[in-house]
Ligand binder design. Sequence first.
Ligand code: PBG
Length: 324
Amino acid sequence: MMSYPIIRPRRLRRNEGIRRMVRETRLSPEMLVMPLFVCPGEGVRREISSMPGNFHFSVDELTSECREIASLGIGAVILFGLPPEKDETGSGAYDQDGIVQQAVRAVKSELADLTVVTDVCLCEYTSHGHCGVLKGDVVDNDATLELLAKTALSHAGSGADMVAPSDMMDGRVGAIRDALDEEGFEDTAIMAYSAKYASAFYGPFREAADSAPQFGDRRSYQMDPPNVREALREIELDVEEGADIVMVKPALAYLDVIHAARDTFNVPLAAYNVSGEFSMVKAAARQGWLDEERVMMEILLSIRRAGADIILTYFAKDAARLLG
Ligand code: PBG
């Protein structure tokens, strides 16, 4: 067997030109999806304190933000809504004139080529903050399906290119697919949050989306962090029910799950680099403890290397600017 001194791996690390040539994993802006939060009002652009550089945008401001995002070559945006009011059944989620529905219409009418994905879930719209409707203090799976389907349908009707159910109810992908097809939206794609874990990394998002559960937690519907076989089973079910793209979430603490999913399935795979993963880098960088740009790129590359085709990330704009 040949080895040192014949073989010298350092030959291919000598300069940037050579390193670039042999690089195994690449990142480009079109793989990234920027999450955005839309709120009522006009001229609103309010920074989210737990997520520096992210804002609550009113519809008008959101449109100009999307113009910038499109000009950076970013693949898509995913929209989350902060409704003016919340109630027991999350009716703001499926209101034809709800905040996300208005936002989709505004963005698509001006930026027809920008891919707009909508998050489909009730937690931002329910007074109790759970992702479905309650029966007693239990989240009622089957009663929730109908409302999720209505929500997805109203997003598709407003012009969304893709809907992304993030609630983790059983059977929701099938219910949404059926509803979309019945109403003539057979070309609206579903990006399913298939393996979504009950994670503490969502902390900053719950402030951003004002969606913290008012009692209990999400462990009876989101996945238990120690499980990876179960993630494959969840993904399999979503593919069978008609998911076009599947997702693992969070990303960083679940790179093994991304890798296993990549090895097992042939559909496009997304990973969500969630709020906590973003905010801890920002916080450490502000302290001067980390080089933010380098850490950001290393994290995004790790998610790609694990096997994700698409990355939902609050770093999308910063990364796209660097990738130029
Ligand atoms: C809604 C939803 C959540 C996130 C995306 N969609 C929050 C949750 O499940 O509690 C988290 C995103 C992030 O942390 O960046 N169900």
